[in-house]
Structures are given as structure tokens and as C-alpha cells.
Design a protein around this ligand. Sequence first.
Ligand code: GDP
Length: 421
Amino acid sequence: MGMNKATFVVGLQYGDEGKGKIVDLLAEKHDVVMRGNGGANAGHTIVLENGQALALHQIPSGIAYESTLNIIGNGCLFDPVKLIDEIRDAEGKGVRISPKNLAISDTAHVVLPVHKAKDAAREGSYSAQGSTKAGIAYVAADKYLRAGIRAESLKSKTEKELYKIAYDGLIEFGENPDAADIEASQFALASVGLSEYIKDSVALVHESVKSGKKILVEGAQAFGLDIDHGKYPFVTSTSTTVAGLLVGTGLNASHVGRVVGVAKATPSKVGGGTFVTSIKDTKVAEQTRGKKGAVDAEYGATTGREREVGYLDLVALKRAVDVNGVTEIALTKFDCIKRHGKTTKIAVAYSLDGEEIKSPPSSDDQLSKCEPVYQELPTWTDNESAEAQKYLEFVEDYLGVPVSMIGTGPGRNDLILRSAK
Ligand code: GDP
């Protein structure tokens, strides 16, 4: 009997590609859902059977399915205080959570209150990066400084010891004692409350593979934000690629099966860094962004910040496909292409200093000098039309992988599965 291969889902652009819907669909068909990167800075919304929306940040997306095991892998940067809140929220919506269906890797690094304090301080300073203030950069820094604490400590240390670690860190950073006391108490209480969930996740996932279970690895953030391959320094602090997810789960290359890359047909971006295919015509941009308040409008979910919208960039996407070993694309917001007007554009190359290039430059300085070379294609209203098919074939030919799913609307079921040719 052949070993079950794991399915990987990764974002190929700047996050918010609509991974929620894709992961939700796939989670139902897998026995284990595991995360291997990111932390409380990630997340998406799934829709429960009772119709309620559940925002997940650290808990993997299989949590709503009764018999699915959810694992927070070693590559995650895990925040006990926020995880407890997330568990309570899910339980309040009728989801049952126990060590039977949720495990936390004993080697995942732990976000301390001081990491969040430092993050918030930086966001208020000249070196603000538009971070979510979840402390991710600082917990990652401590991990690589070999000064971090891992989830195993939450099990081996007492509440008092954990309080002291959190408190001392805050005081050293200059926090006032009263605030430090409150935060350290919260941290210590949350930490001991999670001790039963902390396990050898690597053993757990390998046992699962051996017993024939189907594994889904859900990536957080996206390729454009990858610490190595993204647009540094406008990136996150963990690896967002399939290779990063192998490190972050303890799975190996022979386990890699389907790699579903999620991309928006109408990409968008927030934060710093060049967006080569940004739509310059303000009217078209506005139309593409959608009305503020609409579920699928391109405004930040928490900040309300307007997102920059662009045309599909196959140059950037090809790089993401190559590095991840993407085997199929889920193209979301396919229904939004018509917002561009009678025709749409697809970047097939960049022009840099009069030369046409097909590899995206790594430096943002170079990237900012690139002009997109566009292919113009007619739009459509009927997703089954010849124009729509032509568009998809164009994308498939360029990227060399099939588009296996298209998103046709904001709703959970607005998804068309395409069969392989
Ligand atoms: P994630 O951050 O990648 O997990 O993105 P989400 O799953 O939170 O999706 C972001 C938003 O895009 C949600 O409001 C979805 O309703 C919307 N969305 C996702 N797919 C589509 C699609 O195919 N068409 C339209 N119009 N909206 C979509």
C-alpha cells in the first residue's frame, strides 16, 4: 500500500488570497490539519455548520470537523494568551476543543508579553512596518538568538516560574510594574491552562501518516511575505513556502503530494514595497476594490485600510509556483475580473531599463523601476464562456500548472472545481 501523501495549501501573493474557503473545503476531506508557520498574525474565517463565522488565527481549520486532529506545528510562533481566547470563542460557538482534537508542538516558540510590547513600541516609531503587533518579529528574533522559550517549558515550569519569566522580561523592557503584573499573570494562567495540549507533534504527525491518515498542511501568509523569497524587508518572520512548512511540521520531502497554490485573479496588497501591476487608473482601481463595507471589498478587515489593487502578475506568480512546487492553482476572485471593464490585463514580463525580463528582481529598488508588460484579454460575465476559458488557458500555459478551482463569489460555496484536462 502506498503512503498517503500530504496536501499543502499556500498563498502565492500577499495573503488574503481567499485561502479560507479552499482550506475549509479541503479540511473536510483530511484527517489531520496542521500548521507549520506563522502565528496569531495569520488567520482567516471559516463558516460553521450552524452558519456562524469563526475567525481562526492559531487553531488549524479542521477544528469544526468532529474527528479531525488539528496540530500547531513546531514552526509556529504560538501565543498562549491569544490561543486561550480563540479556544473560548470557538467553544462559545459550539465547537468542542480538547487535547483529543488539538495539539501544540512542544518545540513551537512561545510569544511572551514582552515580544508584543516591543512590537507595539516599534509600530509607534520611525521603523514601523505595518505589523499586526502580535510580537512575531521579536519571538522569531529570540528563537534565532537562541534565547527563546518553547512550548515544552509551559509544561515543565510552574505557573509561578512562568509568571516570573514574563514579568522580568517586561520590567527589563521598561514596562511599569502594575501593567507588567497583569500581563504576566494572564500569560502564566493561559500557559498552564494549555499544558495538556503540548505534545511531540513530530511523532504525532508521523504516526498519523503511518496509520494511513490524510494530512493537510495549511500555510499562513503568502509567498510575497516569505522571509527569504518575499519582498524583504516588507515580509513576515517565518517561511511561507512548502519547504518552510516541511521544516515547520517535521514532515519530509517524500510526503509532499498535492500543492495547492492560492492566488487572486485580482491581487491586492497593503503595506510597503512595490506593487508592479498596481492599477493606475483611479476609476478602474476603485471599481476593482469594491464598495467599502462589502464582504469582498479590498479594505483591511481590522484596520479598514484601503488595499492597493492590481492586475494579475504572472511574473511574480511563476516564481511562487517554481519555489513552492505548486501542482495546481486555486484562482479566487475570478468573478471580479469583469470589474476591470471590457478587457483585463495580465503581466507577462517586466521592462527594466529598456530590457524585458521574466524573473522578478529581488531588490525593491530594482522592482520599483520595473514597468509591467501586459497582455490584454477580453473579460466576460459568464464564467463558462469561451473568453473565461481562454483566460484560464493563458494562465495555465504561462505557469505550466492547471487551475483546478476558481472562486466565483464571496460565499463559501462560490467555488467551481475544474477537472483535469
Ligand atoms: P485568506 O486570508 O487568504 O484566508 O482570505 P479569506 O478567506 O479571509 O478571504 C478574503 C475575502 O475574500 C473574504 O471576504 C471572501 O469572502 C473573499 N473572497 C474569497 N474568494 C472570493 C471569490 O472567489 N470571489 C469574491 N468576490 N470574493 C472572494
